[in-house]
Design a binder for this molecule. Structure first.
Ligand code: 9UX
Length: 80
């Protein structure tokens, strides 16, 4: 019962945030790119319709890092 998936980084954390202000796929691309620059971030999934952004990482990521990256991209994190 060892649960390591081959070919993928081990995901230890997965958190969904709500990002406001994204209105097209280019917005989605910008946010995705910024979030990928954070250490440990392995996968970023964005639902444009709802603003739901799910971040999967190989190590815990501080919410403030997420907030800063989203702001760098030009958008905002909804208060949780
Ligand atoms: Mo699309 Mo988003 O043209 O700020 S990039 S609206």
């Amino acid at each position: 019962m060892t649960g390591t998936q081959e070919g993928e980084e081990t995901a230890v954390a997965q958190t969904t945030y709500t990002v406001t202000g994204m209105t097209c796929e280019h917005c989605v691309a910008s946010v995705t790119e910024e979030l990928h620059e954070i250490d440990g971030v392995a996968q970023v999934s964005v639902d444009l319709a709802t603003g739901a952004v799910t971040v999967t990482s190989s190590q815990p990521v501080d919410d403030e890092q997420i907030r800063a990256a989203v702001q760098d991209a030009g958008y905002a994190l909804a208060a949780s």
